[in-house]
Design a protein around this ligand. Structure first.
Ligand code: PMP
Length: 316
């Protein structure tokens, strides 16, 4: 789908997966004017296909586009494009319980620019790929490290939107962490260097008794759709959920820590290493709260229980 000069998007078309042509002086290649989204389609036992809260992805893309001066497809155009792409690729959706189809919408400034200005033309496209578990450990606990000296976002920056450049900035910290044997990096805020922010591609929650705390979204962390869903699921199960500043010191006292995201779903954290000290959670297993929330969320996403939250969209 391409934008017209008035910033509206014309009707798109379905094309085979393959390279696309981009102007060498396009805004996305030169200045990173681009956004992406990530969502999943699940196949139910009866063969029908479910999308999980796709309108939330559309709204997040629209909010991100505003921040980096791009026009965006409307919610209706976004949903229609997602549905058409998934249906055209339904043979790739794994059988029920065996994975999902990852859907990647992209919105990029394709128009040529030499000076630093927004593009005058944009491309919105979607591609898909079948996926299994994101972390090779599956639901087994992941091990995180706080890489001091690397921050994912700063106040006033673009940490709160899904712009492509945010991900280039985490590659090195993630590489260092992986070389040391960790699954990923837990970032602290860049001002006080003591409040939890998020992991490279997921949000983080800390459990202490009946209280589940997660960093508030104040522009430096991505407002995750899984995060938002887990807050509602946990609240409905009687947990007290707090969105606030969560200090790294609270990790010492925590019963459980887990991460949330479209790709990772709910991933229990087995250990966090900070300033050379390793804090462990869940006794080498999956914590009770992490397991409960994982099961509740995935049952909803896969259509194993009635969707009384109204979060799934059935495609056929
Ligand atoms: N934080 C970051 C930096 C991410 O890339 C993601 C993945 N989109 C998330 C959090 C989780 O967001 P969601 O639950 O919407 O996938």
């Amino acid at each position: 789908m391409r934008s017209s000069s008035d910033g509206t998007f014309s009707k798109g078309e379905l094309l085979p997966f393959g390279p696309i042509q981009l102007n060498p002086s396009s805004a996305v290649l030169n200045y990173g004017q681009g956004l992406f989204e990530g969502l999943k389609a699940y196949r139910k036992e009866d063969g029908s296909i479910l999308l999980f809260r796709p309108e939330e992805n559309a709204l997040r893309m629209i909010a991100g586009a505003e921040r980096i001066c791009m026009p965006a497809p409307t919610v209706e155009q976004f949903l229609d494009a997602v549905k058409q792409t998934v249906l055209a690729n339904k043979r790739w959706i794994p059988p029920a319980g065996k994975g999902s189809l990852y859907i990647r919408p992209l919105l990029v400034g394709s128009g040529p620019v030499l000076s630093l200005v927004p593009a005058s033309e944009y491309i919105f496209l979607i591609y898909v790929a079948p996926v299994g578990n994101y972390f090779k450990e599956g639901l087994a606990p992941i091990n995180l490290i706080v890489e001091e000296g690397y921050h994912r976002a700063t106040p006033g920056g673009t940490g709160g939107i899904k712009t492509i450049g945010n991900y280039a900035s985490v590659l090195k910290a993630q590489k260092i962490a992986k070389e040391k044997g960790y699954s990923d990096v837990l970032y602290l805020d860049s001002v006080h260097k003591k409040y939890l922010e998020e992991v490279s591609s997921c949000n983080v929650f800390v459990v202490k008794g009946n209280v589940i705390s997660t960093p508030a979204t104040k522009g430096t962390i991505l407002p995750g759709i899984t995060r938002k869903s887990i807050i509602d699921v946990a609240t409905s199960k009687g947990y007290q959920v707090e969105e606030r500043l969560v200090s790294v010191e609270e990790l010492l006292e925590a019963d459980e820590v887990f991460c949330t995201g479209t790709a990772v779903v709910v991933s229990p954290v087995g250990s966090i290493t900070y300033l050379g000290k390793r804090m462990e959670y869940g006794n080498n297993g999956v914590g009770v709260v992490s397991q409960e929330l994982y099961s509740s969320l995935t049952s909803l996403q896969m259509g194993l229980v009635p969707d009384n939250m109204g979060w799934t969209m059935q495609l056929q």
